[in-house]
Design a protein around this ligand. Structure first.
Ligand SMILES: Cc1cc2nc3c(=O)[nH]c(=O)nc-3n(C[C@H](O)[C@H](O)[C@H](O)COP(=O)(O)OP(=O)(O)OC[C@H]3O[C@@H](n4cnc5c(N)ncnc54)[C@H](O)[C@@H]3O)c2cc1C
Ligand code: HEM
Length: 406
């Protein structure tokens, strides 16, 4: 709970902080990286360049202040869970909250200037630390759940045992722990962070990759789409590195599995909707159900640019044989190579029309794909009567869907 005096100050200054949120978080990152260049290795430089991370941080702090001052009744648990899982996968430590807090509050002062009286500074300090404590507590539970000792590193070496081209610009890597120890299981929908040392002395970068194989198998699988720069933007750092430099026998550093989104939630009919590389959590879900609940009714809706870009389509006949109640509906923007050998899948041209998605009234839904795609599909499903709490979704970047943002 925020103290009464701070609540009044935060309510009064919230509009100014909100209006300058991204200027504040932008300044915060500059300050923090100047003072702690070592942190550049844990932050995603792509998100720094595009501004995605400063927007996500500003939105989170403002939304939390609104939540504390009663200005919003949006549920907080899911947002905290998302951040905590992401942080845990990066090995964020309680001590780092002191660094972030110092520079974030100093950035508020720099951007808002004289408006930041000692009372205003104290009130926002209180907001920051209430939020930090909630996150630290959640992260401590996640580290414990992952079997990590207090202060222990999240990173473990994994050896690449195979590399398979799945589609145009998409490769899968299979991995086993390099120490020969047990392979942790995971919930379909969870991801691992992968840390790589970029070539040319460019330092370390970390990205998340959904585990795309069967939970409980004797290895993990990740599936990586190579991100090519468009309109003068550079190629993706880590995906390009993995595609160009990582082969069977190499060693990668991976975190334990984290991620709050379960791709097989609930009971009864399941609807998996994906686009492009967003198919990876759905693949873990299908492999899991084939092994544990083969009779469950499942609809897989997948959108892709064309058949050649559609990863795992060669696995669909096997999955249909293992899951007799699986129905697949594909949408290809270019349908010239729509044939899927040995599979009676429904293939349509163009973009997914949510009104045409085969839908059971009691289905649980999992979505994964680019944000605009998920906004359209989720909006359509909500209009068709699916309650919001039955629609889970994974964003392959910082942030939430439009309706869930503060
Ligand atoms: C939970 C989760 C699960 C995920 N699962 C998967 C998965 O299963 N498979 C998968 O392939 N990916 C997955 N991702 C995405 C993955 O983590 C990476 O974001 C992706 O591989 C791109 O990383 P990169 O380093 O190649 O690109 P980055 O270097 O991070 O670049 C990202 C984008 O920013 C642009 N950019 C970078 N610098 C600039 C600049 N200076 N100016 C303008 N634009 C710039 C790049 O052009 C590119 O479009 C997942 C992400 C999350 C959060
Ligand atoms: C109260 C304090 C903090 C808040 C509110 C916060 C908020 C966030 C949010 C909203 C995200 C994006 C989550 C997502 O949607 O994927 C994120 C990611 C991240 N956070 Fe934090 N964070 C805090 C503290 C910290 C600390 C102490 C560190 C460590 C120095 C840290 C490092 C990171 C990193 C590395 C990411 C990954 C995203 C990227 O690099 O682009 N955060 N945080």
């Amino acid at each position: 709970m925020l103290s009464e005096s701070s609540a009044a100050v935060v309510t009064a200054t919230l509009p100014a902080v909100q209006a300058h949120g991204e200027a504040i978080t932008g300044r915060f990152y500059q300050r923090m990286f100047d003072a702690h260049p070592e942190l550049l290795d844990i932050f995603n430089r792509g998100n720094q360049a595009t501004g995605a991370q400063k927007a996500a941080l500003a939105a989170a702090v403002v939304a939390y202040a609104e939540h504390l001052t009663g200005g919003s009744d949006a549920p907080w648990g899911p947002i905290l869970d998302r951040i905590a899982h992401k942080h845990a996968s990066l090995g964020i430590t309680p001590a780092q909250y002191t660094i972030v807090g110092r520079h974030l509050l100093a950035a508020v002062g720099e951007v808002l200037g004289d408006a930041v009286t000692p009372e205003v500074a104290a009130a926002w300090d209180e907001v920051y630390w209430l939020l930090a404590c909630e996150l630290v507590a959640r992260e401590a539970r996640l580290y414990l759940g992952a079997g990590l000792d207090e202060g222990g590193s999240v990173w473990r070496d994994w050896r690449v045992t195979g590399r398979v081209a799945e589609a145009l610009d998409v490769v899968s890597f299979t991995l086993v722990p390099a120490d020969g120890g047990p392979v942790p299981t995971f919930v379909p929908g969870q991801y691992a962070s992968v840390a790589v040392d970029l070539d040319g002395g460019r330092g370390q970068q970390i990205r998340q990759y959904s585990l795309s194989g069967r939970p409980g198998a004797d290895h993990w699988r990740i599936t990586v789409k190579r991100v090519r720069g468009v309109d003068g933007a550079p190629d993706g750092m880590v995906s390009t590195f993995l595609h160009e430099h990582v082969a069977e026998g190499d060693v990668l550093r991976l975190s334990p599995p984290f991620g709050e989104v379960c791709a097989v939630a609930g009971e009864g009919p399941l609807l998996l909707v994906s686009a492009g590389i967003g198919l990876t959590p759905a693949m873990a879900a299908l492999e899991h159900l084939a092994a544990t609940e083969p009779q469950r009714p499942v609809v897989l809706v997948h959108a892709d640019r064309a058949g050649a870009a559609h990863a795992f389509r060669g696995e669909l006949p096997r999955l249909h044989a293992a899951l007799p109640n699986l129905r697949t509906a594909l949408w290809y923007e270019d349908v010239t190579d729509a044939e899927v050998a040995g599979l009676t899948a429904e293939v349509a041209g163009g973009r997914v029309d949510p009104a045409l998605i085969p839908l059971s009234p009691d289905a649980h839904v999992h979505l994964c794909g680019p944000l605009p795609f998920m906004n359209v599909v989720r909006g359509g499903l909500l209009r068709r009567g699916v309650p919001a709490e039955r629609i889970a979704y994974e964003v392959f970047g910082p942030g939430m869907l439009r309706d869930d943002r503060a």
